[in-house]
Design a protein around this ligand. Structure first.
Ligand SMILES: NC(=O)C1=CN([C@@H]2O[C@H](COP(=O)(O)OP(=O)(O)OC[C@H]3O[C@@H](n4cnc5c(N)ncnc54)[C@H](O)[C@@H]3O)[C@@H](O)[C@H]2O)[C@@H](O)CC1
Ligand SMILES: Nc1ncnc2c1ncn2[C@@H]1O[C@H](COP(=O)(O)OP(=O)(O)O)[C@@H](O)[C@H]1O
Ligand SMILES: [K+]
Length: 505
């Protein structure tokens, strides 16, 4: 699925009107109806009390007016507060007189803002994708007043005050919603940690935007969902043998961090690799052979840390990083790997920290290398980001400059491709916020990069999605708090199976 900018969202609206030959008030009616359906499915009239609908001057306010009318018709008690404005959109003007007389309407002016009782259900229809500048004056006063009340706020399309795809100044107010019900596609703003307090939980409701436009529009941001991945993971052929899926080499572990090697190795195997060899420092030999008997084990000459590479000739992909520490010898081995590898690389954790501490090594990164930093590791590779939007820009620039794939990990992990496209993952849950879950991702990335049938982009997309999906499957049994990284590998097979393309008839 594509992610649209605010400008593209406006174009999508216009294309929908044109393709369907309808007027914009009809689309507004449709949007407000699906919003109202969403709300009434979750909130009975008896639990709602009197719902307050706060309307701005544009089409977001128009949606609010229609929702107020529909809620009244469905037996809810409703009142409307209007933000005073010199000018209103045509569709707002169209719907203002259609409010039933039984719905009280008042202008909500600064200095005379009525109290909002705690627990009141408030529909925030002040501003949506048409916000042009940060809120100030009457709008800012109203939003501050609303945020001070401990209301149950549901925002239509976007929390008012938030730009759909750009940061706002820190001191400009934004509605703090419990739920944001957004139309057709999520907006970038909903995916970023810095907006979590405003967005609450977000939900997408369909308004039937032009499928033609959505197929044709040239987006540079995408959501990684099952539809995007359809057809990217071929079934295992009947006469497959272990060579079909590649031989991976994993360089992982140091004294006290052998667990990272074990987790990544198990994950790589569950990811479907044909053969796996793990090189660990001597201290890890018995650990690896016992914990992961399916993997072959090479022993580094050093006892406690990695110091050199084996002959790379047999391998189809090499992964390095989980638990390796940052010894000078290990840095030398990484440098050797960057200089000599002729197969896909996956770099994570301390391999990234070593790159960050030795920036000239970045120029040795082979094209199509897959890096999986969390935000702190990414900062070490680049620079501190001013905000989440700036971090995405740095991510995009980095992937372009080094022609590599970079997964910025977290909720809605973002993969940047060498062509500057961004892909936001939709699977996973906060149960993944536990030590070792990143090591599991590394192992899975390595397995899919070793599979010669997969393009680099597809391998990376499949890995981040299946990793999160495995966590969702695991959490159904363990709960989020009880989820540990060691639970994840056993669900990777199911996660991948769900994505596997059935053989065509
Ligand atoms: N255009 C369409 O066909 C549809 C639009 N929809 C709704 O329309 C919204 C977008 O509507 P609009 O484009 O009218 O935009 P908004 O309603 O989000 O805001 C635009 C209005 O606010 C004013 N404004 C912008 N920034 C301001 C600021 N900082 N301070 C004070 N006033 C400010 C503008 O002058 C304009 O009157 C969407 O978010 C969605 O809720 C839905 O009805 C679906 C269909
Ligand atoms: N709140 C969250 N929601 C979804 N995924 C998350 C969340 N927190 C962490 N993750 C995922 O968990 C993994 C954590 O990786 P990382 O920070 O490297 O952990 P570690 O170093 O302990 O292995 C990443 O894949 C990240 O996307
Ligand atoms: K809104």
């Amino acid at each position: 699925m594509k992610l649209l900018t605010a400008a593209q969202t406006r174009q999508a609206d216009a294309a929908t009107l044109q393709d369907e030959g309808i007027r914009s008030v009809a689309l507004m009616e449709r949007a407000a109806t699906v919003f109202t359906d969403w709300l009434t499915a979750r909130l009975a009239p008896t639990d709602a009390g009197e719902i307050l609908v706060l309307c701005g001057p544009g089409n977001n306010g128009g949606d609010g007016l229609v929702a107020a009318r529909l809620l009244h018709e469905r037996g809810y008690r409703v009142r409307v507060g209007l933000l005073p404005a010199d000018k209103h959109s045509a569709d707002f003007e169209h719907n203002r007189p259609r409010l039933p007389a039984a719905v009280p309407v008042a202008d909500w002016r600064p200095g005379k803002l009525p109290p909002i009782e705690p627990g009141t259900v408030v529909i925030d229809a002040l501003f949506g994708t048409g916000l042009r500048r940060p809120l100030e004056g009457a709008a800012a006063a109203l939003v501050r007043h609303l945020n001070a009340a401990r209301a149950r706020v549901v925002s239509i399309d976007l929390p008012s005050g938030l730009f759909a795809d750009a940061p706002q100044p820190k001191d400009s107010p934004v509605v703090e919603a419990r739920h944001t019900v957004t139309f057709e596609l999520p907006k970038l703003a909903l995916l970023l940690p810095q907006n979590a307090r405003s967005v609450g939980r977000w939900h997408v409701v369909p308004v039937g935007l032009s499928p033609r436009f959505l197929a044709e529009v040239d987006a540079d941001m995408h959501l990684v969902d099952a539809a995007l991945l359809a057809g990217r993971l071929p079934a295992r052929p009947t006469f497959a043998h272990k060579g079909t899926f590649g031989h991976a080499l994993l360089l992982a572990g140091s004294k006290g961090k052998l667990g990272a090697a074990v987790l990544a190795a198990r994950s790589c195997l569950r990811g479907g690799v044909g053969l796996l060899t793990v090189q660990v420092p001597a201290v890890g030999y018995a650990v690896l052979q016992t914990a992961v008997p399916e993997a072959m084990c090479l022993v580094d000459p050093e006892k406690n840390h990695l110091s050199e590479l084996p002959d790379l000739q047999p391998y189809n992909a090499v992964g390095m990083g989980p638990g390796i520490g940052q010894d000078d010898d290990t840095r030398a081995a990484l440098e050797d790997l960057l200089g000599s590898a002729r197969v896909p690389l996956v770099l994570d954790a301390d391999a990234l920290n070593l790159l960050g501490a030795n920036r000239p090594l970045l120029d040795l990164l082979p094209p199509d290398t897959l890096l999986t930093p969390h935000p702190k590791e990414f900062e070490r590779l680049t620079e501190p980001a001013r905000d989440d939007y700036h971090r995405l820009q740095l991510l995009r620039d980095f992937a372009r400059q080094y022609r590599c794939y970079v997964v910025l990990k977290g909720a809605y992990s973002c993969l940047a491709a060498p062509d500057g496209q961004l892909y936001f993952n939709t699977t996973g849950n906060p149960g993944l916020a536990t030590g070792g879950s990143g090591d599991v991702l590394t192992g899975l990335c390595l397995a899919l990069r070793a599979d010669k049938r997969l393009a680099p982009l597809d391998a990376a997309l499949l890995a981040i999605y299946a990793h999160g999906r495995a966590a969702d499957l695991a959490a159904a049994h363990t709960g989020q708090a009880g989820l540990i990284a060691g639970d994840l590998p056993q669900y990777i097979g199911q996660a991948l199976q769900e994505l596997t393309t059935a053989e065509e008839f």
